[in-house]
Design a protein around this ligand. Structure first.
Ligand code: 9D3
Length: 253
């Protein structure tokens, strides 16, 4: 997978991409990340990347001609790619979008700054527009990092089977159960007995039920997308959790 990142602050991206799993994926050649400074494609001697909006108003707009030149440059270097504009107007990012993007070979991530980009750049060069959530960032750089991180760990070569997507919170659609490690007693609180019992059927049941309770309590909005096996439904009924779940799942529509 190739990630081209277009930004006016390439230094901002260096450290998060040079640690841990992302660093290892780069070193092993599973991903290539190239930062390109949009300013290098400015056309005038002041290296202008933004200008005042026609029609007036606050703030500056990133210039279509400069952004297009930067995109053309990386396409010449690395091939056509899928051009994603990071912007508050984009489609909401989630694990399903991460999985969709992980099937591509080359992503070109364009980080906006200022109040936005000239609409003609969006119309002519952008294939996809993504927001990472309903809060205001100062620019698209951190959003690009979120995409690189979440897509990279989905690549089959990158994560071993131990931490496979199978086990992830969002693949099952439930929140993870609480976890414990040594010491057995901490701050006067013991680890639940069942986890020390060695009875794996009981441990699985305990984890499943605490996952469900945690999800009901904190993220009931996730439940409409979860499917339970007949055995799980039987267990949930026995625990008096099933009616509550059905109530949450009915909110879907
Ligand atoms: C007049 C309204 N502007 C400021 C409140 C709009 C605005 C423009 C540019 C708000 C934020 C930004 C910079 N943000 C991004 O480029 C961005 C972003 C975000 O702010 N939140 C979530 N996802 C993303 S992806 C890119």
């Amino acid at each position: 997978m190739i990630f081209d990142i277009l930004t006016i602050f390439p230094e901002l991206l260096d450290s998060p991409l040079n640690e841990s799993i992302i660093r290892r994926a780069r070193e092993q050649g599973h991903i290539r990340i190239k930062n390109t400074n949009i300013r290098d494609f400015a056309l005038d001697k002041h290296a202008t990347t933004d200008d005042r909006p026609f029609g007036g108003g606050e703030g500056m707009v990133m210039k279509a001609d400069v952004l297009q030149a930067a995109v053309h440059h990386v396409r010449n270097e690395n091939g056509p790619g899928h051009v994603i504009l990071l912007s508050p107007q984009g489609r909401p990012y989630n694990q399903a979008v991460a999985e969709e993007l992980s099937r591509r070979k080359h992503l070109i991530l364009v980080c906006g700054r200022y109040e936005g980009v000239d609409e003609r750049f969006r119309a002519n060069c952008v294939d996809d527009e993504i927001s990472i959530g309903d809060y205001i960032l100062t620019g698209g750089e951190l959003a690009a990092m979120v995409i690189v991180d979440s897509v990279t760990r989905l690549l089959p070569e990158v994560l071993g089977c131990a931490d496979s997507a199978e086990q992830d919170t969002f693949s099952r659609g439930l929140l993870k159960h609480p976890q414990y490690t040594r010491p057995r007693e901490y701050a006067g609180q013991d680890v639940p007995d069942v986890l020390l019992s060695g009875n794996h059927a009981q441990i699985d049941e305990f984890r499943f039920l605490t996952s469900v309770r945690q999800t009901l309590e904190r993220r009931p909005d996730l439940l409409p997308a979860v499917t339970f096996t007949p055995a799980e439904i039987k267990l949930l009924k026995k625990q008096g959790l099933y009616t509550e779940i059905i109530k949450q799942q009915a909110k879907k529509t």
